[in-house]
Structures are given as C-alpha cells and as structure tokens.
Design a protein around this ligand. Structure first.
Ligand code: TXA
Ligand code: MG
Length: 325
C-alpha cells in the first residue's frame, strides 16, 4: 500500500494518519492499566499491558470461567520481540519469514518484567508475535511495551472475527474497542516452540507445517517429544515443593500463601490481605515462586473462594498440587 496517488482508497499511511487519535487513546488506556479490544489479522484480541499483573488478571476475569493459560505477548517489531525473548537462529529465521503475520514463537523469556508471571502462567518461556494488522502494530508502537491478548471471546465461545462480535463478547470490560474490519485470517495464529531440540508445532494455524518446514526443516512431533521427555511441554508452572491446599495455616517448615488476614512470618506470603481475588490472581505465580525459593517442606495455601477469578486460581493451585494433569 502506498501514497503514490494510484490507490483510490486510503493507503496504509493515510489510513493510520486518519486514526491517530484512536491509536493514541488505545495506548493511553493500556498505560492506565485498562483493557482494549484490539483487531489483529487472525482474530480480535482483548489486550492489556503485559507488564501489569492487575491488568492481566482483569483479562482473565473478563473472559469468565477462565483458566490461567499463558498468553501471547504482541509487539510491534522483531527488535521489540528480541528485547523480551531469546530468539535463536531458527526462531529468527521463522520471524524473518513470517512476521508481521500469524505466527507465534514460544522462546525463553529474556526480560521477565516485560511480560509478568501471570501472563506467562509462571513459565520461564514466553509466546511472542508481531501481528500483521497495521492498526494493531500502530497501537503497539505507540504504547511501546508488549500487549498480551487472548481472543476477545468469553470463555468457551468462538473467537470473534468482527468488531461487532468482539464488542458483544467482551466490550463491556474494555475501555475502547478499535474497529479493524473483518479479520483477514479468521483463525488463531500458528504457535511454534523454539526451545531445545527441533522446533515443535504447538497449535496449527494459518502458517502451515509445510511453510514452517521450508524455513527450519522437519518439526518435532509434540507427542513424540512428550514421550521422550515427560513434562517438557507442561503449560503449568510447578513448584519444587509439594502444595497443600485449604490450609488454615502453615505447619513447621512450610511456607504459607495467605488470603485475607494472617499473622506475619518469614515464609508467609499474602495473595491479598483484603481478600480481593483480582489482586490474588495478579500475585499468584510470583508468590508461588517466592514461597518455593524459601525451600519449604511444603507450600500451604489458604482456602480461596471458588467464585469469579477464584475458580481459575483454584484450578491452577490444584494443578500445582498435582491433582490435575
Ligand atoms: O491469533 C492469535 O494468536 C490470537 C490473536 C489475538 O493474536 N491470540 C490467541 O491467544 O489466540 P490465546 O491466548 O487464545 O492463545 C495463546 C496460545 C495458547 O495455545 C497457549 O497455550 C499458547 O499460546 N502459549 C502461550 N504461551 C505459551 C508458552 N509459554 N508455552 C507454550 N504455549 C504457550
Ligand atoms: Mg482463544
């Protein structure tokens, strides 16, 4: 697209110039810790500042009956992606071939503060992509940081591919909803993990296996890989210490994750002193890690009410305790 006068409609630059006020408003909303509806070429996303745990918790709350799955960090350029993730030669080759576009790379985290623990579900890897839609890239460039954005639907419903559908689903939770037209791809991005061993296809999408293999050679089968090395594909942070749920307090040697009023202690970590579930969600993974670092005999966790974000917190705690695979 260009402004050479031959294009009867708006070229990309004119299109963006026309929408500068909206782009600035979206960046300001993100800086203020609010959510925005962000069009991408794949599906509409519900976006938040990736570095702000409270804003990320608000995404999970908005989706309803959520699980704390790790989210994709969207950035405006390859250089911005390299600042937050460690992209090796294979990841770089894939990025150069398919970005901007519908490919997400899972790679080791370089800057853990740029994409908070909750957004990564406590993992030391991060999913990154540079979206193809010019409006989303303009918002990301204006904002400057990474924006995590799952699809903008309520949990268990189809991903929205039009502005109207996105607004219907989660518009009530967003400070603003940018209209980027109908999504050109209409299907979520392809997710490829580039860690040790051959790259692995974690989620098929618009960039096909054949296209990926033309750039990096044969992909590992996720299933084979899981057999060879159980747990390596785990999408859940698991503390080293065992986790004891529904605890009224710590026993000798235990760390304690408190929720609501609790006595202070060297190994006591407050999820939320006031019993606020959004605050508890925002603190969950970083406090699990902090508790684990004290090398306790176990991590005891206070009961968390099973309502709202409490459902996702309890789901994650049950996984940490080994009750769910
Ligand atoms: O097209 C898309 O990717 C859309 C638009 C909005 O960009 N976003 C999207 O996000 O589909 P979501 O949250 O629905 O999907 C994220 C996917 C999940 O399959 C998740 O498990 C995977 O990425 N993922 C994220 N971080 C990961 C990590 N550290 N390791 C493995 N998988 C990860
Ligand atoms: Mg989704």
């Amino acid at each position: 697209m260009g402004g050479d006068g031959s294009d009867p409609g708006f070229g990309e630059d004119e299109f963006l110039a026309h929408r500068q006020a909206e782009i600035e408003a979206a960046a300001a909303a993100l800086r203020a810790g609010r959510l925005i509806i962000l069009p991408t070429e794949t599906v509409y996303g519900l976006g938040a500042d990736a570095a702000d745990p409270a804003a990320v918790a608000a995404i999970f709350a908005a989706k309803g009956r959520p699980r704390f799955n790790p989210l994709i960090a969207h950035v405006s350029s390859l250089e911005a992606a390299q600042a937050i993730a460690v992209l090796d030669d294979r990841a770089l080759a894939l990025a150069r071939a398919f970005w901007p576009g519908p490919l997400t790379l899972v790679a080791p985290i370089r800057d853990p503060a740029a994409v908070c623990d909750l957004a990564r579900a406590g993992l030391d890897t991060v999913a990154v992509r540079v979206p193809g839609h010019p409006l989303s890239r303009a918002v990301l460039a204006a904002f400057g940081g990474a924006v995590v954005a799952p699809s903008a639907n309520r949990s268990g419903r189809p991903s929205p591919t039009t502005h109207a559908d996105a607004v219907d689903e989660t518009g009530a939770f967003a400070a603003l909803a940018l209209d980027g037209g109908a999504c050109a791809v209409g299907l979520e991005s392809t997710v490829v993990a580039v860690l040790d061993g051959p790259p692995r296809l974690l989620r098929p999408g618009a960039v096909t296996r054949a296209q990926l293999e033309a750039v990096v050679g044969p992909l590992a089968e996720a299933a084979d890989d899981a057999k060879r090395s159980p747990g390596r594909l785990a999408l859940h942070y698991a503390p080293d210490a065992p986790v004891r749920l529904e605890a009224s307090g710590p026993e000798a040697g235990e760390a304690f994750l408190a929720f609501g009023p609790a006595p202070e202690g060297a190994k006591v970590f407050q999820l939320s002193r006031t019993g606020d579930l959004v605050e508890a969600a925002a603190n969950l993974f970083s406090l699990l890690r902090a508790a684990d670092r004290t090398k306790p005999t176990a991590i005891a966790v206070a009961p968390i009410p099973d309502v709202g974000l409490g459902e996702a917190i309890n789901d994650r705690l049950r996984r940490a305790a080994g009750f769910v695979g």
